[in-house]
Design a protein around this ligand. Sequence first.
Ligand SMILES: *Cc1c(COP(=O)(O)O)cnc(C)c1O
Length: 385
Amino acid sequence: MVIEDKQSLCILFISLTFYFMSKQGKFLKPFPRAEISSSALQNNLAVLRQQASASQVMAVVKANGYGHGLLNVANCLVNADGFGLARLEEALELRAGGVKARLLLLEGFFRSTDLPLLVAHDIDTVVHHDSQIEMLEQVKLTKPVTVWLKVDSGMHRLGVTPEQFAAVYVRLMACHNVAKPIHLMTHFACADEPDNHYTAVQMAAFNELTAGLPGFRTLANSAGALYWPKSQGDWIRPGIALYGVSPVAGDCGANHGLVPAMNLVSRLIAVRDHKANQPVGYGCYWTAKQDTRLGVVAIGYGDGYPRNAPEGTPVWVNGRRVPIVGRVSMDMLTVDLGQDAKDNVGDDVLLWGQALPVEEVAERIGTIAYELVTKLTPRVAVCLA
Ligand SMILES: *Cc1c(COP(=O)(O)O)cnc(C)c1O
């Protein structure tokens, strides 16, 4: 190609610049954003299948897929045998999005008017309480509903007690609106403590109560599936592990071959020279001990990054950890990049993800990874990567 005049040369130059910048995503990618890795999700499902090879997998995608996007996750996990939800609205969203797999409401239905929707959209429900049985007995349905009877084996939050169990079971068997067989479920209080004997006590109580009955059995959340192989049953119900995160304190998903599915990314919007003995941010909460350079990151509690993150909580910039300093504000936080920092405005900052485990960030902040990933606000763009 021969370039004939200055104008074409100029246009060529601008187009090339634009092309390369958009290839780097400089123009296209919003921030802050939660980049969701479909290969990580698929890897984690495969790891759990391998861990529980005799069980089907009910991928738990409540709370907007633990903040990863309900339909994003369901579409990445097309191989899951079913999906677990907390609310009817979540199940309806999956059906509207074309998901055909088994769906289970883990807390069951709340109103009698929910029941025709369960039938119309082929959604299974947990039954854990008398009030639900009354509704099932009184409603008129065109088809029976698939029920998973929840047994309280020791957590004492939801479920029928061992004393109530036999009578409830007989009542459900007699109910025309309940499909047979009835499936059986329980939930662990302490499975995330691998040395806590209470999980074995719960398993024994559940197994004794349900011995000889037909139907599926499901006991295990992520911690059960990873740490209590005898709890795996016909279906495991992993949530957090699917997202690449360990449910166990002091542990990390990578120890199990899990890959973090979310990279929470924002960028530096200012880099500033900062003098020793000068404070930064609201309340002048932190003061520099020496001259340094501070970075201002466009993320704050308005995005779901916790305000109570203490000084020293790490973020990942250009291949290294740097500490948060000063208070996290609504839209920004400040980090100490160090005296000789070469970082620039526009550089990406990772708040948690593959290079910086969310388990570790959560521990610094005094919470659990579950809370961090589910509490992101709608201002954070959730995008499949
Ligand atoms: C949320 C939930 C799960 C998943 O728990 P994880 O710890 O995230 O694996 C499983 N079962 C029930 C009943 C739940 O409510």
